[in-house]
Each structure stands twice: as structure tokens, then as C-alpha cells.
Design a binder for this molecule. Structure first.
Ligand code: ATP
Length: 303
């Protein structure tokens, strides 16, 4: 396995999702969301910057949104490679996938959940990422813009950074799929092809993929920030709320990656299990929540 093989796997996964017929409204909506993301990548982004020569980096923190985007992005890399192979005068057998690792950047913030940290490490291997991790300044993390400034200094060939932000995230309503950073930020193109995705689309595709997701989602987290600023989502409390039956039963039962027998979540770190045991309530898993307006209800606001 290498970056080429995992990209081919993700291409086949995406094609498989797109070929699902006569299913739920969520699935057909997600199929349209995938088509648009692929169009942004293949027709708008990869025609301006070459994704196979380090002009593009992927911002990755192990969260569900960037994982979904990563799976689709890798599938598009395979498609891009195939298009170039077909256009070449040489037979396909003479073409080798030109990169071994996908350039990626992780801004290592303080107080990260150890389960998430481990998940990032595991997926670096799984998806063949070449991950730049920002340096913590004496144990304290640098602010985001400073961390990206440092990243660009060390990776000056970077022109664009892929970000898994969605319109329903804070301050993201008016963002565009391709836009320059604000003047007070280090200069690069923000590549945001996931903006139009809803929470239900994310879970539908991710659960269908059968790929391991960060174990914290199983504990009722729906969006993951720092340890001291994130709780399981109160709208998933088993004792106080009734939630609909899981809307993704079909995806779970028909998951593409059959090597995992049921929903595949990464192992929980002991400290996070202990933290969960101290909570007063039990929680339904994160994918039981599909209301975008409640996705960040587990985030505690900084004073
Ligand atoms: P979740 O909301 O479930 O935590 P997520 O982390 O993928 O999922 P957001 O927290 O909304 O989504 O972040 C949006 C995007 O911003 C991510 O998908 C990722 O591309 C980028 N991002 C956020 N935090 C970091 C970070 N610390 N390092 C690198 N990229 C980041």
C-alpha cells in the first residue's frame, strides 16, 4: 500500500457511494454534495495548482469534516493521476504514482484529547500523509495565523491549503470555495470545497466508508475542540432527551470497507475513558445528531 493505492481505494469508495440507488433523501443529497466537491477539486483547483507537486497542502486535525474531505480528495488525486496517464503517449503500465505522501499540516493545540492525538498519528500512516506539526511554544501552542506563517516559511512551495470548513461553522457563512487569506494572515489560497456539506451528509458518507473515525464521536461528541472546552453534546444525553433512531442504519449495514464488522471507531485513550466515566449521563453517539444548528452545543465558550 502507498499513496497511490490508498487514493485508488478512496476513488472506488466514492464511486461506490455515488452508485447507491433508490435510497434515502440524505444519500441523494450527499451524492450531489460529493459531485460538487469533486468538481471544485478537479475542474477549479487542480487546474490552477498541481496537487502532486506540493503546491497544495491539506489541513488535517483528525476531525470528521477533514476526514470526509480527505477521503474525497484522495479519490480525486487518483482521478487526476488517471487523466494524466491517459493523456500521455506512454502506456499506463509505465506510469507510477508520482508522490509517496500527501503534504498535510496540523496545528498542534494545547489540551488536545489524547484519543484525537492518537487518531491523527494512526491516520497519518493509514492515508500516507506527510504531516507538518506546528511547534508548541514552551508547551503552549502558537496562535493559528502564527503557526501557518511558520508552516509557510518551512514549506515555501505551498500555494494553497485545503480546509474542511463548512458554511454552518462559525463565521463561515460567506466563505468561498477558493479565496485568498485575509490581509492580516500569512498569504495563501484557502481551498474550501466542503462548504456546502450538512452534518447529515458528513455522517452518511463517513459511516458508509467504514473507515475508522475518531473514537470520541462514539462518546457523544459532535465537534471536537480542546479538552477544557469540549463536552459530549447535551442534545445527545440518554436520560434527558429522546433522539430519533439512527438515520444511518443503511450506511452502517452496507459499509464499503467490510474489514470492520460494525461502526469502526478508533480506540479510546484511558484518560478519555476516565473523563467519560465521571460524567453524570450516558450519551448517544455523535452521529445521532443531524441538526447543524446544534453541532457545537458541546463546545464551552471561552470567557
Ligand atoms: P469537528 O467539527 O467534528 O471537530 P473538524 O475538526 O474536521 O471536525 P472543524 O473543527 O470545523 O472541523 O474545522 C474545520 C477545518 O479546519 C478542519 O476540517 C481542518 O481542515 C481545519 N482545522 C481546524 N483545526 C485545525 C488544526 N488544529 N490543524 C489543522 N487544521 C485544522
Amino acid at each position: 500500500m502507498g499513496l497511490g493505492s490508498v487514493s485508488e481505494f478512496c476513488y472506488n469508495l466514492t464511486e461506490s457511494y455515488l452508485s447507491i440507488k433508490n435510497n434515502t433523501e440524505i444519500i441523494s443529497e450527499t451524492q450531489n454534495a460529493i459531485r460538487l466537491t469533486r468538481r471544485y477539486l478537479l475542474e477549479d483547483i487542480f487546474t490552477l495548482w498541481n496537487p502532486l507537486n506540493s503546491e497544495i497542502s491539506f489541513s488535517y486535525n483528525g476531525g470528521k469534516d477533514c476526514q470526509v474531505l480527505l477521503l474525497i480528495y484522495l479519490g480525486c488525486l487518483w482521478e487526476f493521476f488517471q487523466m494524466h496517464t491517459r493523456a500521455s503517449q506512454f502506456d499506463a503500465k509505465y506510469h507510477q504514482f508520482p508522490s509517496e505522501r500527501l503534504p498535510a499540516v496540523f496545528i498542534d493545540q494545547d489540551e488536545i484529547f489524547p484519543t484525537l492525538e492518537q487518531f491523527v498519528t494512526d491516520t497519518v500512516d493509514r492515508y500516507f500523509l506527510s504531516l507538518y506539526e506546528s511547534l508548541r511554544d514552551g508547551g503552549k501552542s502558537a496562535d493559528m495565523s502564527e503557526a501557518f506563517r511558520q508552516f509557510l516559511k518551512m514549506n515555501p512551495e505551498t500555494k494553497g491549503i485545503v480546509i474542511g470548513i463548512r458554511h454552518t461553522d462559525p463565521f463561515a457563512q460567506n466563505l468561498l470555495p477558493i479565496q485568498r487569506t485575509d490581509p492580516d494572515w500569512p498569504d495563501f489560497m484557502r481551498l474550501q470545497p466542503l462548504l456546502h456539506w450538512k452534518l447529515a451528509n458528513i455522517w452518511s458518507f463517513l459511516l458508509y466508508s467504514g473507515e475508522p473515525t475518531c473514537g470520541l464521536y462514539k462518546l457523544g461528541f459532535t465537534s471536537i475542540g480542546n479538552i477544557n472546552e469540549t463536552n459530549p453534546n447535551p442534545y445527545l444525553k440518554a436520560t434527558e432527551h429522546t433522539v430519533d433512531d439512527c438515520k444511518f442504519q443503511w450506511e452502517i449495514e452496507n459499509a464499503y470497507n467490510k474489514s470492520c464488522s460494525s461502526i469502526s471507531c478508533s480506540a479510546l485513550h484511558g484518560d478519555d475513558i476516565e473523563r467519560a466515566q465521571k460524567l453524570d449521563d450516558d450519551y448517544f453517539p455523535g452521529w445521532f445528531l443531524t441538526d447543524d444548528s446544534l453541532e457545537r452545543a458541546g463546545r464551552i465558550k471561552r470567557k
